[in-house]
Design a protein around this ligand. Structure first.
Ligand code: ARG
Ligand code: ZN
Length: 883
């Protein structure tokens, strides 16, 4: 007995590893699901009626064991074909319910009891503010009722919701509303029916007292679809942009992919408590409120952009994810990589394509490259996991989207569309694999992607080095490219990958001599270009056509030339980033000796002149110019240093900003003046670009250290009529030692006290301040009445931002930042393990830092690993990170 207990304890510390190669089709299929919910905050009863059928692909049937997943609920009864099972006829434990199949086809009725109000994990059915809502992806449905909780079990659902009419006037589930009825005792009932077979992770239920904003969309075949957004009362005026984005996304999917919406209604619900961004439940998308609610005075231009892209992303899942879903969770990128690519392209078409590409690449580099080079590296299609929620990663999403993008580049727009058409034609209604997707691309185009498939199975970012040789006599240019991928944990041997590399050869006068996409397949490969009349400047990997690191750094002269002359806008920006990185990295190294950042940087006039040329080039889009002024971030610079000294990086980057501010002061002052707007705020890309350029100007002016510019920021704060201008000013003030900082922060707090989405900006800002009292402030803010560890947005805004967006203070040499952070992760682990695990990555970066910091970070990881009742989620991240 005692021995057993110890064994159980040990087992719970070493969660089971699930492997892709172990996949087997389900023994039984479930064809229809009928659910009845009797909603109650403390004790909700769920009655489920499931029609089972032996899987014809498996030799199963009568007598075989049926295993259903289930967690954290009370089993009230089980009946098969109308007869209640005796306790001896089934086995139930902490994670499953098992019984033997009576025949090849049978109906199981199960009653369970769950407690939504005590569900702090926010998986399954829970309460957010006053409403009930669900989150079932990836494995939340097993917290509602016993079920085969896996995406390859697809059924049609009929859902009955019974709830008090006064507290829950709105009752929603997937599909069509079949009936609404009044019941006794002030309760009422709604019945929903979803005709499309779906996996249980797409099930959703919402019930509460919510306000509704309505619109409609007329589809390509002339059907009217009712569109509804449900929000907390009082937020009705903050849904316009989300609704407009939805309609544009619906139209875009018809125009670009030929895909039409398939039901007569589409509902979105915004809730304040949500683990991730949003969820694509069939016809009932549930959103984190921060990605729906926006008005000019509450949301920044970036917020508007995010809302547009996430509303589109979830809508696009209706085809890429719902109509065709994943066979198993290892195939997650099948729907996520494809859907991210789709939303990126939508945003590119709606806004500036080059600026969108720059932002997508920045995100890939900031999130995915470090992941792929660190202890949590995994392929786009992972081979194993302990907790699937830990694999909703930058690799599965962002790198997965890059893989789709490369196929698009290799096949061309038409070829890609042929592949897409075949994919949906072949697999509509099925649960399939990444390989099925690639096969559709191959078959539709008559190509072989055997080598290309390695992008799904091989982790790590390839490093490319190129060399050029000009032959003046032959008028030829020989380009040699080498690729190499470093080993990653568990994957030592790497193969050469196939990738499209877009290049341009530019003449010194700026003329484009050649523009071409080359197909790189070898470890070392030569390309010969003929009729090249002069020695060219090379523009390599244009538009970031392959998601790789390029180790070759052209001369500063060539980089300045490309900044001003490249015909590929992305590479203009990229040349500036490369130039800046080279100067900053060298200066950080020199700073180690002198301790003087200005000296370490030396003369940067040539770089400033190149920036000036961009800033004042009126032919360039303002949003692009603003992007081009921004230096690589501190974390990005860390990635290029070993070890990285966070304080040196901070000092050098600030010194560079000051030099740029002083050198371009006149131009920035002019940009600030000339880009003021008298028009009412509009979130469109052009207006946003103008504001971005003005913001960059203000921020560089303040970087000069002249107090007049801090006064200017305070003035901007006081007179701002939109959140973008207000936040820009506040961000400048936030790093200052100036009474204006306190004034502005206090004003912001009282102005937005009642707006939970906006107050998160106020928490984040303070957590991201470069001031040395930041950790003390963060600790104090944890006691603020608006802060709670139970709300993921609050935790991310204050605690998460401190570790993820404040390199200088998180990494203070005494380790106090690490200690504070590990304490919060352990506290959170008891409430919401999924969010705790998602926040844990920063401590895993210890290899990047000096011995002192590395030891302190590892010590915190070990402290986490020693925690009692450590979740499987956090165990997986911490144990892999410490190794
Ligand atoms: N499928 C959602 C999306 O990307 C993500 C939700 C995943 N949630 C989770 N808890 N793992 O659109
Ligand atoms: Zn998604």
């Amino acid at each position: 007995m005692r021995k057993n207990k110890e064994k159980d304890h040990f087992m719970s510390e070493q969660p089971q590893v699930i492997r892709r190669e172990d996949y087997t089709a389900p023994a039984f299929l479930i064809e229809t699901v009928e659910l009845v919910f009797d909603l109650d905050r403390e004790a909700t009863t769920v009655t489920s009626r499931l029609s089972f059928k032996a899987n014809p692909d498996r030799a199963t049937g009568a007598g075989d064991q049926v295993v259903l997943d289930g967690e954290d609920m009370k089993l009230l009864s089980v009946a098969i074909d109308g007869t209640a099972l005796a306790a001896s006829d089934y086995q139930v434990d902490a994670t499953s319910l098992k019984f033997n199949a009576p025949s090849d086809q049978f109906v199981v009725e199960i009653q369970t009891r769950i407690s939504p109000v005590n569900n702090t994990r926010l998986e399954g059915l829970y309460v957010s503010q006053s409403a009930y809502c669900t989150q079932c992806e990836a494995e939340g449905f097993r917290r509602i009722t016993y079920f085969q909780d896996r995406p390859d079990v697809m059924a049609t659902y009929r859902v009955t919701i019974n709830a008090p009419r006064d507290s829950c006037p709105v009752l929603l589930s997937n599909g069509n509303l079949v009936s609404s009825t009044d019941l006794d005792d002030g309760r009422h009932q709604a019945v929903w029916d979803d005709p499309f077979p779906k996996p249980c992770y797409l099930f959703a239920l919402v019930a509460g007292d919510l306000a509704c904003v309505e619109d409609s969309f007329n589809t390509m075949t002339g059907r009217d679809v009712a569109l509804r957004i449900f929000v907390e009362h009082g937020n009705e005026d903050s849904c316009d942009y989300a609704m407009d984005s939805l309609k544009r996304a619906m139209k875009w999917d018809e125009d670009v992919y030929g895909l039409e919406y398939d039901l007569d209604l589409f509902n979105i619900v915004a809730v304040s408590d949500f683990n991730m961004g949003a969820m694509e439940n069939k016809s009932l998308n549930v959103f984190n409120a921060k990605y729906i609610l926006a008005k000019s005075d509450t949301a920044t231009d970036t917020d508007f952009e995010l809302i547009e892209s996430i509303v589109a992303h979830e809508y696009f899942h209706n085809w890429s994810g719902n109509r065709v879903t994943c066979r198993d969770w290892f195939q997650l990128s099948l729907k996520e990589g494809l859907t991210v690519f789709r939303d990126q392209e939508f945003s590119s078409d709606e806004r500036s394509r080059p600026v969108q590409r720059i932002k997508d690449v920045q995100r890939l580099r900031a999130g995915q490259f470090p992941e792929d080079g660190g202890p949590l590296a995994h392929p786009v299609r992972p081979d194993s996991y302990m907790e699937i929620n830990n694999f909703y990663t930058a690799t599965v999403y962002q790198k997965g989207a890059e893989v789709i993008r490369m196929m698009h580049t290799l096949l061309g727009t038409k070829g890609y569309r042929k592949g897409i058409d075949l994919y949906f034609e072949r697999h509509d209604g099925q649960a399939v694999t990444c390989d099925d997707f690639v096969r559709a691309m191959e078959d539709a185009n008559g190509v072989n992607f055997d080598q290309f498939r390695l992008w799904y199975s091989q982790s790590g970012t390839p490093n490319l080095v190129w060399n050029g040789e000009y032959d003046a006599k032959q008028q030829t240019y020989r380009l040699t490219i080498e690729q190499k991928t470093e080993p990653t944990p568990g994957q030592v041997i790497k193969s050469d990958l196939q990738m499209p590399i877009k290049i341009g050869l530019l003449g010194r006068d700026g003329d484009e001599l050649l523009a071409q996409t080359i197909d790189l397949t070898l470890g070392k490969q030569e390309f010969l270009f003929e009729d090249i009349a002069q020695e060219p400047v090379v523009s390599f990997n244009r538009d970031f056509s392959a998601p790789v690191n390029v180790g070759t750094t052209p001369s500063h002269d060539d980089l300045a030339f490309l900044m001003g002359n490249d015909t590929d806008a992305f590479n203009r920006w990229e040349a500036g980033q490369k130039y800046a990185s080279d100067l900053l990295i060298n200066a950080v190294k020199a700073f180690g000796q002198s301790g003087n950042a200005d000296e370490a940087l030396g003369d940067v006039d040539a770089f400033c002149n190149a920036l000036r040329a961009t800033l004042t080039n009126d032919d360039l889009d303002k949003a692009f110019r603003a992007q081009a002024m921004i230096l690589p971030g501190e974390a990005m610079l860390s990635e290029q240093l070993q070890p990285a000294d966070p304080e040196a990086i901070y000092q050098v980057r600030q010194a560079m900003r000051r030099k740029i501010g002083l050198s371009l002061q006149d131009e920035f002052e002019a940009a600030y003046r000339n880009n003021a707007s008298n028009d009412a705020y509009s979130p469109d890309a052009t207006s946003a670009g103008q504001r971005a350029l003005r913001s960059v100007a203000l921020s560089y002016l303040a970087a000069t250290g002249e107090s007049v510019f801090v006064d200017l920021a305070l003035e901007q704060y006081r007179t701002a009529d939109n959140m973008t201008d207000r936040m820009t000013a506040l961000m400048v003030l936030n790093d200052q030692d100036h009474p204006g900082r306190d004034e502005a922060l206090a004003d912001f707090e009282s102005r937005f006290a009642s707006n939970t989405v906006v107050i998160d900006k106020w928490f984040s800002l303070q957590a991201m301040s470069s001031r040395t009292d930041t950790l003390a402030q963060v600790k104090k803010l944890m006691d603020h009445p608006a802060f709670t560890m139970r709300n993921p947005n609050k935790v991310r805004a204050l605690v998460g931002a401190f570790a993820m967006a404040n390199q200088r203070n998180f990494h203070v040499a005494d380790g106090s930042g690490y200690r504070f952070y590990a304490d919060r992760l352990m506290e959170l682990d008891d409430l919401n393990p999924q969010v705790a695990a998602r926040l844990a990555a920063p401590l895993g970066k210890w290899r990047k830092f000096d011995e002192g910091r590395a030891a302190k970070m590892k010590a915190e990881l070990n402290r986490i690993l020693a925690k009692e009742n450590l979740s499987r989620d956090l165990y997986e991240i911490a144990s892999k990170s410490v190794a």
